[in-house]
Design a protein around this ligand. Structure first.
Ligand code: FPP
Ligand code: MG
Ligand code: MG
Length: 381
């Protein structure tokens, strides 16, 4: 247990777990079709930050130590430990590569039990990363991205059709894994995430709540952006943190705390993302900087700038489409306090995330969750 004030490395706490994550995910993505197999696994080769599974694992551990447990006569979740290796194969398209019944399924989990994380919670961490990766495959098609994590994007490497289909395949496999958890509440939560991701992306296509012909900054402008941000980013984080607590049979107030942590951290995370788009270079980001304006997107730094610079309205309305719009908008943002206000709002959400779990008993995992909030604010990529 880390003494108060001494920071811990979240990666060290569950690092052992994460080592198995990519391997397990690749198993979940095995297809008998060699081309699909390759495209589906493409974004699992370059190491992402694994922020979402890391949060699920830390939340699983932190809530396991909470003495408040939901008292019900439902079976002890530890008794379903072997369920992944005893189910029959339903995927007749891939009889040899059924990822959920791989012979090594038990040995992958041979360290189970020494860190308070349930097999179902580990699987949830993998499902969370699968859904995230599916959304990246689709997102890069929508955004016409050429790079992702300092590599060619999947759409560039394989074309839009294969990238979209690979994303769908990931969602299919994530759904199978989810069904196998045999927890209807968690299934509902994570299925809702998939719908929310699409809703968030649709809100982003519309960009603002305003009539696009006559855009003016109103109180609704930021609300719309935050709702969009919740759906596109924070929903996955909040509902997977919630699901971790549900799988651990936590008490209702612990489940709510896990959700509140994820929701606020997720909002902070995306606000920082939108801020970094204005403050970092392409080399630092591993993807083009300043991309949001080029995509016609008005994110938090611009919205705050717009509040005190009404002349941004017409540019927002035409999605920075005219010659010079992007450059002009960028200058106005840099001359405003939009970036700083974005940082302040993000810090506010990060603080709220930490406050949400203040009742959890002190543990390394809890310190890890607090550290994740600090890292979210300090991150440069
Ligand atoms: C990255 O945002 C994208 C998302 C957080 C979600 C995208 C959601 C969809 C494309 C809807 C479909 C999703 C599924 C699961 C079917 P960004 O473009 O701001 O970030 P980037 O800079 O990493 O590209
Ligand atoms: Mg994108
Ligand atoms: Mg996008």
């Amino acid at each position: 247990k880390a003494p108060p004030g001494i920071s811990v490395d979240p990666l060290r706490i569950v690092g052992k777990e994460l080592k198995f994550l990519t391997k397990n995910i690749r198993q979940l993505l095995g297809s008998g079709h060699p081309a699909l197999d390759k495209v589906a696994k493409y974004y699992t080769r370059s190491e992402g930050k694994h922020m979402r599974p890391l949060l699920v694992l830390l939340m699983s551990q932190a809530t396991a130590l909470d003495p408040r447990k939901h008292t019900s006569d439902s079976p002890n979740p530890r008794s379903v430990d072997s369920s992944f290796s005893s189910l029959s194969i339903l995927d007749d398209a891939n009889p040899d590569s059924n990822p959920l019944v791989a012979p090594s399924a038990e040995s992958q989990y041979d360290f189970a039990g020494d860190d308070n994380i349930l097999p179902a919670q580990r699987r949830l961490a993998e499902i969370t990363e699968l859904i995230h990766t599916a959304s990246l495959l689709h997102d890069d098609v929508i955004d016409n991205a050429v790079t992702r994590r300092a590599n060619s994007s999947a759409n560039l490497a394989f074309g839009n059709k294969m990238a979209v289909l690979a994303g769908d395949f990931l969602l299919g496999r994530a759904s199978v894994a989810l069904a196998r958890l045999r927890d209807p509440e968690v299934t509902e939560l994570m299925a809702t995430v998939i719908a929310n991701l699409v809703e968030g992306e649709f809100m982003q296509l519309k960009n603002t709540a305003q009539d696009e012909a006559k855009p003016i900054y109103t109180d609704e402008t930021l609300d719309y952006y935050l709702q969009k941000t919740y759906l596109k980013t924070a929903s996955l984080i909040s509902k997977s943190c919630r699901s971790a607590a549900v799988l651990g049979r936590s008490a209702p107030e612990v489940i709510e705390a896990a959700y509140a942590y994820g929701r606020n951290l997720g909002l902070a995370f995306q606000l920082v993302d939108d801020m970094l788009d204005y403050t970092l270079t392409e080399a630092e980001l591993g993807k083009p900087a300043g991309a949001d304006l080029e995509l016609g997107l008005a994110t938090a730094p611009l919205l705050f700038a717009w509040k005190s610079n009404p002349e941004l309205g017409p540019l927002v309305g035409r999605k920075f489409r005219n010659e010079g719009d992007v450059q002009r908008a960028r200058e106005i943002v840099y001359h405003s306090n939009g970036v700083e206000q974005t940082r302040v709002l993000a810090q506010d959400y990060a603080d709220t995330a930490v406050a949400a779990i203040s009742d959890f008993p002190d543990s390394e995992a809890k310190s890890g969750l607090i550290e994740m909030a600090e890292k979210t604010m300090k991150r440069r990529k």
